[in-house]
Design a protein around this ligand. Structure first.
Ligand SMILES: Nc1ncnc2c1ncn2[C@@H]1O[C@H](COP(=O)(O)OP(=O)(O)OP(=O)(O)O)[C@@H](O)[C@H]1O
Length: 262
C-alpha cells in the first residue's frame, strides 16, 4: 500500500500557487526525508497532507493517502502520526496544566488533554503506559507541560500519536528548539520508531537523515524538484542549488553532512 500517492497537484493560498505539479509516491515501510530551504513550501506540503489546504481543481490530479482519495480527517490522523510545531505550540499554550501522562492518554480521543466525560478503559491506560515505556519517557508521566523542556513535550506528543500504532509518522522539522544533545536523542527515538512504521522527516538538517532513511525528496522552484535514493539525491550539486549556497557534502558512518561552505 502507498502511504502517499500524489500526482500533478497544484496547491497554494488565495490566488497564489505555492507548489506546482507535485508528484510524490511514498510506499508503506519506506522512510523518507523531505528537504527544502526556508519558504520553499515544506509546511505547505504538510498542510496538503493534513487536508488543511486542498489541491486546485483546475487540472486533473491524484491525491491518495493510505490508498484512499476520500477519508475522514479524524481517522486519517490516527493512522498517520503527524507531528508539527503548531501542535507542539498548541499544547504548550493551551495544555500547560496537563501532566505528561494526560498528554499521551489524550491521544485516544485526539483531544488536547483529558476531560471528565471521557471514559478510558483499562486497555487504553495500559496502552498509554506501554507507549511511554517504549519511548523511555515514563519519568515524564507526572510532570506538567508547563515544567517540561521543549524536547520533553515533543516526546510526549510523539507518544500521544503512537497510541494508535500509526502506519507512518510525518514529522515537520521536529528538532526545532532542541539543543544538540536533545536533537540527537530525539532523532534516536525516531530511528527506533522506524522499525515499526514509515518515517517521513521534513527537515533542513542533513545530519538528521539517519541510516534507515533511504529516500529523499527535494523541494525547490515551487515543486518537488527531485526524488530518489539518498545517495543519488544528496549531492553537493543538488544541495548547493536548492539552498542557493555553494556547499560540499560528505558522508561519514552513513550520515551526510555539510563539510564545507565554499
Ligand atoms: N497562510 C498563508 N497565506 C499565504 N501565503 C503563505 C501562507 N503560509 C505560507 N505562505 C507562503 O508560502 C510559501 C511557502 O511557505 P512554507 O511555510 O510552506 O515554507 P517552508 O518550506 O515550510 O518554510 P520554513 O522552512 O521557513 O518553515 C512562502 O512564500 C510563504 O510566505
Amino acid at each position: 500500500m502507498n502511504i502517499i500517492d500524489f500526482k500533478n497537484i497544484n496547491v497554494g493560498y488565495d490566488e497564489k500557487i505555492i507548489l506546482k505539479n507535485i508528484t510524490l509516491k511514498i510506499k508503506e515501510n519506506e522512510h523518507w526525508a523531505i528537504l527544502g530551504a526556508n519558504g520553499s513550501g515544506k509546511s505547505t506540503l504538510m498542510k496538503l497532507i493534513q487536508s488543511e489546504i486542498h489541491p486546485r481543481r483546475t487540472n486533473e490530479y491524484k491525491k491518495e493517502i493510505l490508498g484512499k482519495s476520500n477519508y475522514s480527517i479524524f481517522e486519517l490522523k490516527k493512522q498517520l502520526g503527524i507531528i508539527t510545531n503548531d501542535l507542539h505550540n498548541y499544547f504548550a499554550t493551551h495544555g500547560s496544566f496537563l501532566s505528561g501522562y494526560e498528554v499521551v492518554l489524550s491521544g485516544h480521543y485526539s483531544s488536547i488533554g483529558v476531560f471528565k466525560h471521557q471514559d478510558f478503559s483499562v486497555e487504553q491506560h495500559e496502552k498509554a503506559k506501554e507507549t511511554m515505556r517504549f519511548l523511555e519517557i515514563e519519568h515524564l508521566a507526572d510532570k506538567y507541560v508547563e515544567a517540561m523542556s521543549t524536547g520533553e513535550l515533543r516526546k510526549c506528543i510523539v507518544a500521544r500519536a503512537l497510541i494508535h500504532d500509526p502506519k507512518a509518522f510525518i514529522l515537520d522539522e521536529p528538532t526545532v528548539g532542541l539543543d544538540i544533545k536533545a536533537q540527537i536523542n530525539f532523532i534516536k527515538m525516531i530511528q527506533k520508531l522506524s522499525k515499526n512504521c514509515s518515517i517521513i522527516l521534513v527537515t533542513h538538517h542533513l545530519e538528521e537523515i539517519f541510516e534507515e532513511i533511504k529516500n529523499v525528496a527535494l523541494i525547490y522552484n515551487n515543486t518537488i524538484y527531485k526524488t530518489g535514493k539518498k545517495e543519488d539525491i544528496l549531492t553537493s550539486e543538488n544541495l548547493s542549488e536548492i539552498f542557493d549556497t555553494n556547499v560540499h557534502i560528505n558522508v561519514k558512518n552513513n550520515r551526510y553532512y555539510v563539510e564545507e561552505i565554499l
